[in-house]
Design a protein around this ligand. Structure first.
Ligand code: NAG
Ligand code: NAG
Length: 268
């Protein structure tokens, strides 16, 4: 496993190449797009997972990575995603299992095989309009030739209803070398709850509900040694999703949290 040094981090930002050009034509033609969410309440599933593992994209792989290679690939996946989004000026934050892992030691859990991030509604529109299917190449230490990542946006993101159960994932950041991906979900204003007197109500199509004050203002931190944003009320959110024990239990999934090293070590 390699670790990222600070000089490399700076290099990472510089090496990002976006193969999509935004032209004036795109901007002009799309400026009047209105997203009313009137396109129906459900659609058939857009994203396909591989037959061999639900966290792999079968277009890019035929099998899972060997266990010892999974974590370095996930680490590069989140580093490149956060770097790409920072480069585009597109706000994003980590959530769910990735936020819980951040809470312990700002690192991916050694047993994890997925990552979760969120974005706001204006950002999903922005990515869909200008960066759908863009490939981003990164030179990575110890990875010959670097890796190319694909940003793919679910066209059904325009459906705002929780009834659209097959399309709760709004976007993916896919490692084209391994098929591993990050799920991106958009956090949307919850019109129904707002109409019922909750002015800060937010929701995702995956049926997670939030209040604006729980997520914003985002906090600055690090995850996997790169700058990352964290929802404001992270303790409350984590306790709500995983229970208080998830923040104190030092044994999990055959691993034990070592206070000395701040690492989850495999129990021998
Ligand atoms: C992104 O591009 C793919 C491939 O062309 C397409 O199927 C999909 O509908 C596009 N998504 C959006 C949001 O336009
Ligand atoms: C000219 C142009 O790029 N138009 C795009 C505007 O946005 C829609 C949907 O997001 C695209 O399908 C068009 O190609």
């Amino acid at each position: 496993m390699w670790s990222l040094t600070r000089p490399f981090l700076l290099a990472l930002y510089g090496l990002l190449t976006v193969q999509a050009e935004v032209t004036f034509q795109d901007v002009r033609d799309n400026i009047s797009n209105v997203y009313t969410g009137q396109e129906g309440i459900s659609a058939s599933k857009y994203f396909k997972e591989s037959s061999f593992h639900y966290h792999y994209d079968g277009r890019f792989a035929e099998a899972t990575l060997p266990e010892e290679e999974t974590l370095p690939h996930l680490s590069a996946l989140i580093q490149t995603y956060l770097s790409m989004m920072a480069d585009l000026g597109a706000e994003t934050w980590i959530m769910h299992g990735s936020l819980l892992a951040w809470w312990w030691n700002q690192k991916i859990f050694p047993w994890d095989n997925d990552l979760d991030v969120q974005i706001s509604e204006p950002i999903i529109h922005f990515l869909a309009d200008y960066y759908n299917m863009t490939e981003h190449h990164f030179d990575l230490p110890d990875v010959e030739g670097g890796r190319t990542y694909l940003l793919e946006i679910n066209p059904n993101y325009v459906i705002r209803s929780k009834m659209d159960k097959a399309n709760v994932i709004d976007g993916r950041w896919i490692d084209t070398s391994s098929g591993l991906f990050i799920d991106i979900t958009a956090v949307r204003t919850d019109d129904e709850r707002r109409a019922n007197g909750q002015p800060g109500a937010l929701m995702c199509k995956d049926r997670h509900n939030y209040d604006e004050s729980e997520i914003f203002p985002l906090r600055n931190s690090y995850f996997e040694e790169v700058p990352a944003k964290i929802p404001y009320a992270y303790t409350k959110l984590l306790q709500g999703e995983y229970g208080a024990k998830a923040l104190s239990n030092k044994k999990y999934q055959g691993h034990e949290f070592d206070e000395q090293t701040s690492l989850w070590e495999k129990i021998k």
